[in-house]
Design a protein around this ligand. Structure first.
Ligand SMILES: [Zn+2]
Ligand SMILES: [Zn+2]
Length: 372
């Protein structure tokens, strides 16, 4: 069978490998037919970061923890890439009870068991059963386990009854193309904090984690935020955020428009992936506000305004998203409201064109082929 492999910066290719088989009674084999590109995948594709990061870790300019997550040589190709997909179930093991052949499902990016202590607490991306190092995940290279990438003809999914989350019948699969990761990440960054702050004000600093910021803008509006401000220098993304009902500003806005974004917000999403963006996000918090940082901050010793946080009773949440834990609520919400997440997609390409399409500089790429 065929899977998409990251070779090196700017270059991806199909490669052949043996089709996966059911190994444990709880396994399922699925066939992805929609795959989306996670914002994080563009890091090694659009910039030759592998050597730079290796050197940065060696001289400790980059936090050595990065090496634990990405391996000692981060993003060294070739490895199977892709960790957002909607798939059809092809085959299930003898112990599988809920997942059924033919079902359309979302496969979460991180592999989890559903029954260990972290899983029961909702920390599914830190599953104690599947995680040997920092992560157990699809499409992130060997440091996260040999689970393969999701731009593949077939995929083995362990703990299938827990892992596979059915797409509700009336939800178009393209709408939830990014539910495996980026859409779920946006959910935890705005929907969860707004539950404790109903009608709160929301600021999103976008442009780094490009699609997450946009999904977050749309979800914040749809969940009754009093104000949603979206900051990004890219006019196309600002247009998408405005179509969701957010007010938008360029990051470098001056004068009157700048003042509008020096308000204080109950919920802030840091999606610029820059230390300066993180500090700005924290300084934008209202009393008791919560900032969720969805990006990466690789530099060792990133400075934060801790006394400002102390004075405002600020909360900073940082870390990977626990997509599996939020998927049932997220998919039910999309089914109930028709939330048009597909408005974030800036390029839909045919599956066969994945090697070139996956390298495109566009905000959100989605690959599609026929379901069987
Ligand atoms: Zn991701
Ligand atoms: Zn677990």
């Amino acid at each position: 069978m065929r899977e998409l492999a990251f070779i090196r910066s700017g270059r991806l290719a199909w490669r052949d490998r043996d089709a996966p088989i059911v190994r444990d009674p709880g396994d399922a084999i699925v066939r992805p037919f929609i795959a989306a590109r996670c914002d994080g995948d563009t890091v090694p594709i659009h910039r030759p970061v592998s050597r730079l990061m290796q050197a940065g870790i060696a001289v400790r300019a980059i936090d050595p923890v990065v090496g634990c997550i990405c391996g000692r040589v981060p993003f060294r190709g070739p490895f199977a890439i892709g960790h957002e997909c909607v798939a059809q179930v092809l085959e299930v093991g003898s112990g599988v009870q809920r997942a059924r052949v033919g079902q359309t499902v979302v496969v979460p990016w991180a592999v989890s068991c559903g029954t260990c202590e972290p899983c029961r607490r909702g920390l599914t991306s830190k599953c104690a059963t599947t995680t040997s190092a920092t992560l157990a995940a699809y499409g992130l290279g060997p440091a996260s386990g040999r689970w393969g990438g999701m731009v593949a003809d077939e995929l083995r999914v362990p703990f299938a009854d827990h892992m596979l989350v059915p797409v509700p019948a009336d939800v178009p699969p393209l709408r939830v193309a990014a539910a495996s990761d980026n859409l779920a990440d946006a959910w935890r960054s705005v929907v969860t904090p707004l539950r404790d702050r109903p009608g709160g004000s929301v600021l999103i600093i976008g442009g780094g984690a490009k699609s997450i910021g946009l999904y977050a803008a749309g979800l914040a509006v749809a969940h009754g935020a009093a104000v949603v401000h979206y900051v990004d220098d890219d006019p196309v993304r600002r247009q998408i955020a405005e179509a969701f009902g957010a007010h938008t500003f360029p990051a470098r806005a001056r004068s009157r428009r700048r003042r509008a974004v020096t308000l204080r917000y109950d919920v802030v999403v840091e999606a610029s992936s820059r230390a300066a963006g993180l500090r700005r996000a924290i300084r934008s918090l209202a009393r008791g506000g919560v900032c969720t940082a969805v990006g990466y901050y690789l530099a060792a010793g990133t400075r934060l305004p801790l006394m400002h946080m102390y004075a405002t009773d600020a909360t900073l949440r940082i870390g990977v998203s626990h997509a599996r834990a939020v998927l049932p609520d997220l998919l039910a919400f999309v089914a109930r409201t028709g939330y048009p997440a597909e408005q974030v997609t800036t390029l839909t390409a045919h599956w066969d064109d994945a090697p070139t399409a996956y390298a495109t500089r566009t905000t959100k790429l989605v690959l599609q082929r026929h379901a069987v």
